[in-house]
Design a binder for this molecule. Structure first.
Ligand SMILES: [Zn+2]
Length: 256
């Protein structure tokens, strides 16, 4: 039976009879739970793992790296993909469990609030719509998790590639100007202040050519790591890309 039919029959039972006994309630919650699980587990055209894999392939395709350069760090890059696939599976699994509990809790709360004998003017439609909405939103939750994990994966891939290419520092870009983007205030201010973070143990850092004034990239999370963060790093590769205050005497002498 479809989830909405199960829901309709449960709602009309309680509207007509009210909370009669625990056994009946258990029967309704069990069939509701089974129907939601069935609804959530139905096969989809593309599973989350495949979607991340496609984003990974697209990312490498549009990357400016040559094939040989990609091959050198391919193990690290694909490790990142596998990590993100595992994280996505976990998050979706927990989020689904949470949603099922939420729907059941809502149903039980509503059903047990109706006195025996039921009530006539009960707002059945409203309750059904509220529960239905929660169920319909589940696929959106899933795609939100996938998008978020994709951004995190790309941020980490960018970092691996940048470091492999000899990046020495990074500048945070927040996208706070994007309309309707719910940006984080601290991320906006890093962007507005144009803070530049040193990549620890990069060639320029090891050679004592640059110094941090705002800290290192590993002092903080990577952009795009926090939920719904759409920030990115612009990586810098040359001493002349940095403000003079970030160069040591030795570094300065090389730029003259
Ligand atoms: Zn951000």
């Amino acid at each position: 039976m479809s989830i909405f039919r199960v829901l309709t029959s449960a709602l009309s039972y309680y509207s007509n009879h009210g909370y009669t006994d625990q056994t009946t309630l258990n029967q309704y919650t069990n069939s509701l739970k089974a129907a939601i699980v069935y609804y959530l587990m139905r096969p989809k055209a593309k599973n989350p793992r495949d979607l991340l894999q496609s984003s990974f392939d697209r990312f490498l395709k549009k990357s400016t790296l040559r094939k040989k350069e990609i091959n050198n760090i391919y193990t690290d890059l694909s490790r990142e993909l596998h990590k993100r696939q595992a994280a996505t599976d976990e998050l979706i699994k927990y989020r689904k469990e949470e949603s099922i509990l939420q729907v059941l809790r809502r149903f039980v709360g509503w059903a047990t609030s109706i006195p025996k004998g039921g009530i006539k003017d009960i707002d059945k439609v409203k309750e059904k719509d509220a529960i239905r909405k929660e169920i319909f939103e589940l696929p959106l939750v899933e795609s939100r998790i996938i998008n978020d994990q994709t951004r995190k994966m790309e941020s980490n891939l960018n970092e691996l590639i940048a470091i492999d290419n000899g990046a020495i520092a990074a500048k945070w870009h927040s996208q706070w100007r994007t309309p309707d983007y719910n940006y984080r205030e601290p991320h906006k201010s890093i962007d507005v202040d144009a803070d530049i973070f040193v990549i620890r143990n990069s060639w320029a850092h090891k050679d004592g050519l640059i110094k941090e004034i705002n800290g290192y990239t590993d002092d903080r999370e990577l952009p795009g790591q926090l939920p719904n963060c759409k920030c990115v790093y612009h990586y810098l590769y040359k001493l002349t890309d940095l403000p003079k205050e970030m160069l040591t005497k030795k570094g300065l002498s090389l730029t003259k």
